[in-house]
Write a protein that binds this ligand. Structure first.
Ligand SMILES: *Cc1c(COP(=O)(O)O)cnc(C)c1O
Length: 364
């Protein structure tokens, strides 16, 4: 019998995400209102679609392994030089590079139980050891517990998403600064800013290029380009050089590079998406109230609505039977909630109608 390498042989077969395509195949559904993965319901900027369409014929070419044009545009946006920027095929990819670069087999990585799971997936895959802090009872990541755990375990890498997934929490700049300062001096802080484009610049960290900090951004959420697979890290030059040693030099889709560049130049579109997303979030909060429950404050493109630990599983299944796909956080205390992405007006209406019907029938 052939044996995989020990770290891989020890991994359980797992599926961190069951895709909506599989759910549709299993249920024989031909259409689905996709509100489960925080994809943008508003699509990419028309400018990005145009730019990618015009370049499709050159798909025979590899993309620029330096992602030079894109990094120049990003350097302007983030007030840094291109030597602080590493482009990858999404934050998921960047996260894998960070774990591979900074978590040696047996070293400890710290995260929150029930937060974005791809971090755990990489730590396990590279033979690291996970230490997890619970969320606070109010549904927010527990920054004090995370920092304490990082110090106790001498963590090599610490993960936090801000704004957070699945709670939607945005920590203010000062809170993130305090948290970073409370981490061990030699721990690397992976700050996942997948939803930063929905926040105001004044809420976020100002550009800082400490060796201990890796900030990750993506075109998957506010820019509506999840299927293109492109994101980037903002780091010190030293960290960028380290990531450069192990990244797949031709791992970026050429069309994604072109689309991302065009999307960056169309900030009006992003601003429109951000405004419409805020309207949708408010609608969901009102809906929760109308149905006699509550929702968590969110600064992302999704909202968590409280239905209790038992009911929410029924709700997710019953909504799927009605062609509406959402997800539910898996770990306490967030396992009382369903998590629904902000859709377009008709998508929100389909969700609200189906949910109202379930509640009226006592099914939820
Ligand atoms: C969606 C999401 C990601 C994935 O980003 P990609 O760039 O599509 O890989 C990463 N982190 C969080 C917190 C997310 O919600």
């Amino acid at each position: 019998m052939i044996r995989p390498a020990p770290i891989v042989a020890a991994l359980p077969s797992s599926t961190p995400f069951v895709g909506p395509e599989r759910l549709m195949r299993e249920r024989g559904l031909y259409t689905l209102v996709r509100l489960g993965a925080n994809e943008s319901a508003f699509g990419p900027s028309p400018a990005a679609v145009g730019a990618m369409g015009a370049e499709l014929e050159r798909t025979a070419w590899y993309g620029d392994p330096d992602s030079f044009d894109l990094r120049v545009a990003l350097a302007i946006k983030h007030r840094c030089t291109i030597d602080h920027l590493t482009v990858g095929s999404g934050i998921d990819d960047i996260m894998g590079l960070a774990v591979r670069a900074y978590v040696a087999p047996g070293a400890v990585a710290v995260t929150s139980t029930g937060t974005y799971p791809t971090f755990d997936y990489h730590v396990n895959g590279y033979g690291g050891v996970l230490a997890r802090a619970d969320y606070r009872d109010d549904g927010k990541p527990d920054l004090d517990a995370l920092a304490r755990l990082a110090r106790e375990k001498r963590a090599a890498l610490v993960y936090l998403a801000n704004p957070d997934n699945p709670s939607g929490t945005l920590f203010a700049r000062a809170e993130i600064e305090r948290f970073a300062a409370a981490l061990p001096r030699d721990a690397v802080f992976f700050l996942d800013e997948a939803y930063a484009d929905f926040a105001d610049e004044s809420d976020l960290l100002s550009p800082t290029f400490e060796d201990r900090l890796i900030r990750a951004r993506t075109f998957s959420k506010a820019y509506g380009m999840a299927g293109a697979r492109i994101g980037y890290a903002i780091t010190s030059e030293d960290v960028a050089r380290t990531l450069d040693k192990i990244r797949l030099q031709y791992g970026i889709n050429r069309n994604a590079q072109i689309g991302a560049l065009a999307a960056l130049r169309d900030d009006d579109f992003r601003a429109l998406v951000v405004r419409e997303t805020a309207v949708g979030r408010d609608e969901y909060a009102v809906l929760a109230h109308e149905l006699g429950t509550s929702s968590l404050p969110s600064r992302t493109n999704f909202v968590c609505i409280d239905f209790g630990t038992q009911r929410r599983a029924t709700i997710v299944r019953a909504l799927l039977d009605r062609g509406v796909w959402i997800r539910k956080p898996g770990a306490p205390p967030l396992d009382r909630y369903i998590r629904v992405s902000v859709g377009t007006v008709p998508m929100r209406a389909a969700f609200a109608d189906a949910l109202r019907e379930l509640v009226a029938r006592g099914q939820a």
